[in-house]
Design a protein around this ligand. Structure first.
Ligand code: ATP
Ligand code: MG
Length: 378
């Protein structure tokens, strides 16, 4: 169903006021929209940007309905919201992406089965509901990662295993009703593609980002990725096909693995802004945050060519030891900007902000952001 354009000046609702909600809210504000947010945490990062913030649990469907009331459109920065709350929003205001698209993606086993049944390329996996079937899966797949189907992010809720006994123990330790056991893949490079899609089906795919993870958490990302042109075009075509089949309105990030044998596999999907595209604020005419606003408001989508190579480096809470890091050191590196999310409490592993840098080449952008990061580490 094609929605009418929602012009600047209207009110947009956000399920989730973390850093993704905050940066999208800032882009919406720049364009003249009013912003309302719902988040379980009172002092969420988007609060200073929103004109109205509701503090409530994700399971609070009445609060979700209250957010939607008076909004011309509602979007989200987190997919793990109970279906009843999504439906409560959709009954009042257009929710982009739709309940169905979010529901399909929000549980890892359901998402992987949907991808597989639609013929999209995946590594070998099994959905398991018992410790014994987890052990059987590891026996069949060899060295694996056991991932809980709900609630995991940034590598949490995952255990790397070698033997069936490890698989059994991992399933028990995760205490999740459903897990996915994935064969451990021989990855040459990780890339991601971000697609923006409007309700009338018009869609664009950003050039691929190359991403580096440490212990399951994103460390840095750089664009353009530098993968060969044929792979680049395969990846973008694949991501566009997934977004189309899912019927996503808004953004869809597709994380992909390029294996050493050259094959291209989907890792996972996220129907929202994505950490690996924070450099879009530097590299493209249109950031992912502005693009999300354009897509959900049925406005013309903005340009996605790389006008300048750029990279980001995450800042995790571990960097906050006794005091704030000295950001003047990072800012002394040419081309570097500091992005902080306004989180009051720094916990190990918590994403507190990121550094971005541009450069005349992707390598220069990456070296700059890495130098700036090193300058922050004591
Ligand atoms: P995030 O929320 O940061 O995207 P997540 O918790 O959803 O992470 P995944 O994307 O499933 O976790 O995995 C995180 C990282 O772990 C991947 O980017 C990759 O580096 C590694 N990884 C995941 N699955 C596999 C696999 N099957 N084989 C090898 N490495 C993997
Ligand atoms: Mg991931």
């Amino acid at each position: 169903m094609t929605h009418a354009p929602v012009p600047p000046g209207a009110t947009l609702g956000f399920l989730g006021g973390g850093q993704l909600g905050r940066m999208t809210a800032m882009a919406a504000r720049t364009m003249g929209y009013d912003v309302r947010v719902l988040d379980p945490e009172r002092d969420c990062p988007a609060r200073p940007v929103a004109s109205h913030t509701i503090t409530a649990a994700w399971s609070d469907a009445a609060a979700a309905a209250a957010l939607a009331t008076g909004c011309a459109a509602v979007t989200l920065e987190i997919e793990q919201i109970p279906r009843a709350s999504l439906e409560a929003v959709a009954a009042i205001a257009p929710l982009h992406p739709s309940v169905e698209a979010v529901y399909t993606v929000q549980e890892r086993a359901r998402q992987k089965e949907w991808l597989a049944s639609n013929g999209f390329p995946l590594g070998a996996f099994r959905s398991v509901r018992h410790a014994t079937t987890a052990a059987d899966a590891v026996a069949a797949l060899g060295p694996s990662i056991v991932k809980s189907a709900m609630g995991g992010y940034d590598g949490r809720g995952q255990v790397r295993v070698k033997t069936p006994d490890d698989g059994r123990a991992a399933f028990e330790s995760l205490r999740a009703p459903v897990c996915v056991v994935e064969a451990f893949l021989d990855i040459a490079v990780e890339i991601s593609v971000l697609v923006a899609r409007r309700s009338d089906g018009v869609a664009v795919a950003y050039p691929t980002s190359r991403n580096h993870h440490t212990d399951g958490v994103l460390t840095w990302a750089v664009t353009p990725s530098g993968v060969p042109e044929a792979l680049e075009s395969r990846a973008r075509t694949l991501a566009l096909a997934i977004a189309e089949r899912l019927g996503v309105v808004g953004l869809l990030a597709t994380e992909m693995f390029v294996l050493r044998d050259g094959s291209l596999l989907v890792n996972e999907l996220a129907p929202r802004p994505h950490n690996t595209f924070h450099h879009s604020e530097r590299a493209h005419p249109t950031s992912q945050f502005e693009q999300l606003v354009r897509a959900i408001c049925q406005l013309p989508l903005g340009g996605v060519d790389v006008v300048r190579p750029a990279a980001i480096h995450n800042l995790l809470g571990d960097l906050w030891t006794n005091e704030e890091p000295d950001f003047t050191r990072a800012l002394a590196v040419p081309g570097v900007r500091v992005h902080l999310y306004g989180k009051k409490e720094a916990r190990p592993g918590r994403k507190m902000g990121h550094l971005s840098a541009d450069g005349s080449t992707p390598d220069e952008a990456l070296l700059r952001v890495q130098a700036a990061y090193r300058a922050l580490t004591p």
